[in-house]
Write a protein that binds this ligand. Structure first.
Ligand SMILES: [Zn+2]
Ligand SMILES: [Zn+2]
Length: 166
């Protein structure tokens, strides 16, 4: 069974494990699949979370996929998307959106703003000096309710700013 896979140009399909599930002579008993899948999901979510925690550089889903694939070669991009969605829904990770770029992910749950570098597209965390309620920083229009703050700055990261001055 080594037919060429029409989707080989997709990086997620290099292992082909999910596409091979139609094979008529599956060697594993069917009943072991759900449990195995659930266990793998947990391991995969842990690996995705650790990839995010290892470096506070706000990777995209594809960046996370490349990192996790090094230690878990069978993981697919779709699984990484699912894990990131679960982590975001559970409040363990924040999705950071800027203009029309793909979402980046942030595991820093402290209140902070983001600086988007217009030169290298890096994202830098900007912490607050103190925890100040939004109504003390902003002139909030009467009657509105703030449920979440998302403050972004645009400029140059320290590295780009230093090379521009040189
Ligand atoms: Zn952040
Ligand atoms: Zn930069």
């Amino acid at each position: 069974m080594s037919l060429p896979n029409p989707a080989t140009d997709s990086p997620a399909s290099t292992t082909g494990t999910s596409l091979a599930s139609h094979a008529p002579h599956a060697t594993q008993p069917m009943e072991s699949h759900p449990l195995k899948k659930g266990l793998r999901q947990t391991e995969q979510r842990k690996a995705v979370f650790e990839a995010l925690m290892s470096n506070a550089d706000h990777p995209s889903a594809v960046d996370v996929f490349i990192r996790v694939k090094n230690r878990m070669p069978t993981i697919s991009l779709a699984t990484v998307y699912n894990c990131l969605e679960t982590l975001t829904d559970n409040g363990l990770v924040r999705a950071v959106n800027h203009e029309r770029e793909p979402s980046r992910f942030c595991a820093n749950l402290q209140e902070h703003a983001h600086l988007f570098c217009s030169q290298c597209a890096s994202v830098t965390d900007i912490p607050l000096h103190t925890h100040t309620p939004p109504e003390q920083i902003w002139k909030l229009p009467t009657g509105i309710t703030i449920t979440q703050q998302e403050v972004s700055f645009r400029g140059l990261c320290a590295k780009c700013a230093s090379t521009q001055g040189a």
